[in-house]
Design a protein around this ligand. Structure first.
Ligand SMILES: [Zn+2]
Ligand SMILES: [Zn+2]
Length: 259
């Protein structure tokens, strides 16, 4: 299973990265299967260097904040009018909290539901499981101001056997995400708070909290992401590594992890 970071800037695009988007790929039964985790604004561009976004096996959106879902509307345009339009291609499977499909219509600003034609939507939340080819997706509720999911992706390891990656989405430190992350091979954890000393509850984690979560969950590797776009991630990474008790990596765009 290969993770490629398309965008990782927290909350808004930054000078060096669009916001959240991650591509997960695995070879299975003679072809490459692909899942996209989140589709922040501007990520549809670089995603096309690696695949045809209208032909991925699933898009999983953690929640409805624009830095995680705005390019769903762009994907709808690409599906309906792009090179593959008229091929009768199946709609893209879309998983997310209830109502995420409506975000497509809201962003598109249209008065009908034609923008939804690009997607086959399944609402998912705490305890739900979905199967996408070789990938098993398990969902848990995150702690955020809007309905938000964390997801555990289990799929074939490059070394043989199974491997699991947990993506926190946006969340404050909470036990539901901790339980989802227990024993995972890799934790892709947000650390959105670094720019103020006291943070309001129920929104993001600090680097220290992300590191503590990873240590408590007993994960093998910690990849820190969603550092606020206007913050140098160096200190957040330092705090995360100190709390995790081992080296951590930063999810900069183009970063690849073979799991
Ligand atoms: Zn965010
Ligand atoms: Zn958010």
């Amino acid at each position: 299973m290969r993770l490629t970071v398309i965008g990782s800037a927290g909350s808004t695009a930054g000078p060096d990265s669009p916001p959240s988007c991650y591509l997960i790929e695995a070879d299975h039964e003679g072809r490459t299967w692909r899942i996209v985790l989140d589709l922040g604004p501007g990520t549809l561009g670089p995603l096309q260097r690696l695949c045809d976004p209208t032909a991925v096996d699933a898009v999983v959106v953690s929640h409805g904040h624009p830095d995680h879902c705005a390019d769903l509307a762009s994907l709808s345009v690409l599906f309906r009018y792009g090179p593959a339009a008229g091929e009768g291609r199946a709609p893209v499977p879309l998983y997310g909290p209830a109502g995420i499909d409506r975000r497509v219509v809201q962003i598109a600003g249209s008065e009908d539901d034609r923008d939804l034609e690009a997607f086959a939507f399944t609402a998912v939340g705490a305890g739900d499981r979905a199967q996408v080819g070789p990938f098993t997706l398990d969902f848990a509720s995150a702690w955020h101001p809007v309905p938000a999911n964390a997801v555990r992706v289990t799929g074939p390891s490059v070394a043989g056997g199974a491997v699991s990656l947990v993506y926190t989405g946006d969340t404050d430190r909470c036990d539901t995400v901790l339980d989802l992350a227990r024993g995972a091979d890799a934790l892709l954890a947000e650390a959105g708070w670094a720019h103020q000393a006291v943070n309001p509850p129920g929104i993001h984690m600090t680097g220290t909290q992300a590191g503590e979560l990873a240590r408590e969950a007993g994960v093998r590797a910690l990849i820190v992401t969603h550092v606020a776009s206007w913050v140098d991630p160096a200190q957040t990474l330092e705090h995360a590594a100190a709390a995790f008790g081992a080296a951590v990596t930063h999810a900069h765009p183009g970063a690849v992890a073979d799991l």
